[in-house]
Design a protein around this ligand. Structure first.
Ligand code: FRU
Length: 485
């Protein structure tokens, strides 16, 4: 947990930098009992600038130890986003079990801008880093300023035991380029995934921060590959976010299923999400930067800026016509639970009488509503901090829309569109609407209907403690659980 207990906006169980600016997570890798989290960092300012890789480690993904900066800018440029792997077979020749970072060098002298891919390695569990002397390993193509954010993983052909190669996905303008390599140093391009590959909702912004990983559909022998990217879309109410598409991958080429790109998160504050490599037991864990480029530099001033989402476990679950990517809070979050309140088979009115004494700024809330031909326009929860201040987590049963309304959530006028309502379509499941929320001071994450619809939102309340009430009319509250974390 963070030590900074007096800062009302400093989350307690989410990762934040010790001070100054942070954006994307980078180099997520598990090794020798530790989860590594590197991140885009400007160590001298609370706004974006020359990027470094900050560094922290954790054994449970919730309690983080800050480590010294891992990568500094050099003659090839500043250090943009990328990934990290353990080179188990020493393919690169850096040494046994080297931790290798694959990142973008961003060169910008004011008149000329270019991006290229480079390597650095560590032989001491990520504590000290050496840049590869053959950098960059993939120079930027001429005339292509957007060529960045390599995500690398080891692909082994199921038919050929002990054989395999490295795969890199790279964001290039509005496309994802695929490369393969035997040794992380020499790369061959194999495939381009473009907007025109399928009908996609596109905006005028480039694609960033790709990822690619396999997931088995729950309850089925079928495995699909999930291609991830982050982008900004003017027409979307949350402005920008993370998208995914499912498909097949043969080690070189991705064949997308004929479906459009879909949003992974419907809030305004989830971007540049990537997954950890090398995690035991086949868990696919990821997190994202919990902010938004539209206002990240203007969020209420403190000595730090930027936070990460909760780490989440990904799964594919069958839906009527296609599998959905769902996100569940990692089970480790249950170790944070303290005091617990529970109600079941009751009504909104009864709950509200008993909720008046409950307050806190570190809460986990789980509520299940029964929807029986509901006649109201909306029901849900209000997290309030003062008389007229609050955050609404609502459900509109007629339109089957779940929404977050943060227009009166405290400080909102530092950016014109911050005070907004964000929506997602969600049908009840067996007549139930299930809302699972995490509040951590200046953040709220909602996992609705078991993680089928997720929202990540920043809030800046002007009082330091939250109260809670239910909104609606005659809906039955099947259960309500509140934990102080
Ligand atoms: C995404 C991004 C990346 C880039 C990094 C720079 O938020 O724009 O594409 O590598 O941030 O800090």
């Amino acid at each position: 947990m963070n030590q900074d207990n007096n800062d009302p906006y400093r989350p307690r169980y989410h990762f934040t930098p010790p001070q100054n600016w942070m954006n994307d997570p980078n180099g997520l890798v598990y090794y020798d009992g530790e989860y590594h989290l590197f991140y885009q960092h400007h160590p001298e300012s609370t706004v974006w600038g020359p990027m470094h890789w900050g560094h922290a480690v954790s054994r449970d993904l919730l309690h983080w130890e800050h480590l010294p900066i891992a990568l500094y800018p050099d003659e090839h440029g500043t250090i943009f986003s990328g990934s990290a792997v353990i080179d188990w077979h020493n393919t690169a020749g850096f040494g046994a079990e080297a931790m290798v970072a694959i990142f973008t060098h961003n060169f910008d002298d004011g008149t000329f801008r270019a991006q290229s891919q480079s390597l650095a390695y560590s032989l001491d569990r990520g504590r000290s880093w050496t840049k590869h002397d053959g950098n960059p390993v993939i120079p930027g193509p001429e005339g292509q300023p957007d060529f960045r954010d390599p995500k690398v993983f080891w692909y082994s052909d199921p038919a050929l035991e002990n054989e395999g190669h490295w795969v890199m996905v790279l964001a290039v303008d509005r496309g994802i380029w695929f490369y393969i390599s035997p040794n992380l140093k020499v790369w061959t391009k194999t495939y381009e995934f473009q907007v025109s590959t399928l009908v996609a909702e596109t905006g005028d912004w480039v694609w960033e921060v790709p990822d690619l990983f396999p997931l088995q559909i729950e309850g089925s022998p079928i495995t699909k590959w999930v291609l991830i990217l982050s982008t900004q879309i003017e027409s979307r109410d949350a402005g920008m976010g993370v998208q995914y598409i499912l498909g097949d991958f043969d080690g070189q080429t991705f064949s997308p299923d004929s479906a459009p790109l879909r949003w992974a998160d419907f809030g305004a504050d989830f971007y540049a999400a990537i997954s950890w490599s090398n995690v035991p037991n086949d868990r696919r864990l990821w997190l994202g930067w919990m902010s938004n480029w539209a206002y990240a530099r203007e969020t209420p001033p403190t000595t730090w800026r930027g936070m990460m989402s909760l780490p989440r476990e990904l799964a594919l679950v069958r839906n009527e016509d296609r599998p959905d990517l769902i996100q569940r809070p990692i089970t480790e979050t249950q170790t944070l639970r303290n005091e617990h309140w529970h109600w079941s088979d009751t009504t909104i009115a009864t709950c509200n009488q008993e909720l008046t004494d409950l307050s806190g700024d570190l809460l986990e809330i789980m509520v299940q509503f029964q929807v029986n031909n509901s006649v109201v326009d909306h029901f849900g929860l209000k997290i309030y901090t003062a008389e007229d201040q609050g955050l609404i987590i609502g459900y509109d049963p007629k339109r089957q829309v779940v929404y977050i309304d943060r227009s009166q959530s405290g400080l909102v006028d530092f950016y014109p569109d911050f005070a907004a309502r964000h929506h997602a379509i969600m049908a009840p499941q067996a007549n139930l609407i299930k809302l699972h929320l995490f509040l951590d001071r200046s953040s709220m994450e909602l996992f609705a209907n078991d993680g089928r619809v997720v929202f990540s939102e920043r809030i800046f309340p002007t009082a330091a403690s939250f109260g809670l009430s239910l909104i609606g009319a005659d809906e039955q509250v099947v259960s309500l659980d509140v934990y102080r974390l």
